[in-house]
Design a protein around this ligand. Structure first.
Ligand SMILES: C=C(C)CCOP(=O)(O)O
Ligand SMILES: [Mn+2]
Length: 413
């Protein structure tokens, strides 16, 4: 992470905050003000960073591509980077979460939450790395929100069915592309290989005493998930609303590894870094799926849609009706997507006003809407039913083929 911060500092993209800040509301509130990387020199006496990758320009800088080329570039991924095991992780100490400036973000949150923690785990030959919010219970335990059916949850169930605990290692303060890779739905076990590919082809990992492999990080917390459960939440998550209390698995940390003067990474829930990390990984996935049914040009998960629930898909239609297939492909690729709008190439998908122009002048409610009821939606959507189902809507906001002259905007070019 430090090399990325220095690269962005050379670009003038880092703001140093030297005055003391509290980890309770103060630092989180500062990060809401803009998308600049905030390097705090004193959060409860510790160094911390927020907004590490809060907008697409930072992601583009990390990848070394133009911002507009992000999605086609990421869509070419083959998850084939090399993962090199450099041996045991050195310097383990007893776990003590009170030594970290773990933040409390909003008044109604149940407590302090680790929000940039990647949970690495292994069950048999299968390894996984995914970000999970973790509520601090005491100096060695957290309650982790493990969404049912996702990789970590499935691996825990398998381990417990064998009467074993799931060994895990949580990293805080990794290179932002490692965090991005861990937020991406990749083939099982491919998160580190994907991170390696994004980083240029190779990533070095080290082994914790419990056997879990972790990438370079400011902080590593090693431990186990057993049968213990605890009430987790309320917590403000991606929609900016309070996600309710659930019984979630408890991670008991048994060791902690810190870099010298470690830099704690905090992600503001529902902030722009959270939206980018939750949503942008789905854009190449949707791009590839839509590319199977028509000519896809670009995909954006919009900030207005919490970076997660709304997508705008830009296509070049080959036949009338392609947009409906693009809608179905988008919903299949991102199963938490709620509303998707499909537009033509003359619409700037990064400009909400342009997208609204397409909806206003190219959508007929009787033929261009696709309404899907009783479908599994995001557990984070306040409108979901108790059984997790919701209603999804696709809008075909493309021009009628053969009648484009009735829809194109007048201009002088
Ligand atoms: C951040 C969290 C809890 C993931 C939400 O996953 P989803 O319910 O599948 O949309
Ligand atoms: Mn996974």
């Amino acid at each position: 992470m430090r090399e990325f911060i220095e690269m962005m500092r050379r670009k003038g993209a880092v703001e140093d905050i030297r005055e003391p800040c509290s980890s309770v509301f103060d630092a989180p509130r500062r990060s809401k003000e803009n998308d600049t990387i905030l390097f705090f020199h004193d959060v409860d006496g510790h160094r911390a960073v927020m907004n590490l990758m809060a907008d697409r320009s930072a992601l583009a800088a990390a990848l070394g591509v133009e911002e507009r080329d992000l999605v086609p570039h990421l869509a070419k991924a083959t998850y084939s980077g090399r993962v090199v095991n450099a041996g045991p992780l050195q310097g383990g100490k007893p776990a003590d979460l009170s030594r970290l400036p773990i933040m409390k973000h909003f008044p109604g949150d149940a407590g302090r939450y680790i929000t940039a923690g990647i949970v690495f785990s292994r069950e048999g030959e299968i390894e996984n790395g995914s970000i999970h919010r973790m509520m601090v219970i005491d100096d060695t335990r957290v309650a982790a929100r493990l969404v049912e059916g996702r990789h970590t949850h499935t691996m825990l169930k398998t381990a417990l069915a064998r009467g074993e605990r799931l060994p895990v290692a949580v990293t805080i303060g990794t290179h932002p592309l490692v965090t991005f890779a861990s937020c991406t739905r990749v083939p099982v076990g491919k998160e580190l290989a994907y991170a390696a590919e994004l980083l240029g082809g190779e990533i070095t990992v080290r082994e914790c005493r419990n056997g879990i492999l972790v990438p370079d990080a400011e902080i590593v917390l090693e431990g186990y998930i057993g049968t213990e459960r605890a009430a987790e939440g309320p917590f403000v998550d991606i929609t900016g609303t309070y996600d309710p209390v659930r019984q979630e698995p408890v991670i008991e940390f048994t060791a902690m590894y810190l870099k010298a003067d470690p830099i704690y990474h905090g992600i503001l829930p529902a902030g722009n870094e959270h939206k980018l990390l939750m949503g942008a990984p789905y854009e190449p996935k949707i791009y590839r799926a839509v590319g199977e049914v028509t000519t896809v040009r670009d995909v954006l998960l919009t900030k207005g849609g919490a970076g997660y629930l709304h997508a705008v898909v830009q296509i070049r239609k080959n036949t009338q009706g392609d947009a409906k297939n693009a809608i179905m492909a988008a919903f299949a690729a991102h199963t938490s997507l709620k509303h998707v709008v499909v537009v033509d190439e003359d619409i700037d998908i990064y400009d909400p006003v342009d997208v609204e122009f397409a909806i206003a002048t190219r959508v007929r409610g009787d033929t261009d809407l696709m309404v899907i009821t009783g479908v599994r939606g995001s557990s984070l959507d306040p409108t979901r039913l108790a059984d997790g189902t919701n209603v999804k809507i696709g809008l075909d906001a493309t021009m009628v083929m053969g009648k484009e002259d009735e829809f194109v905007r007048a201009g002088w070019e």
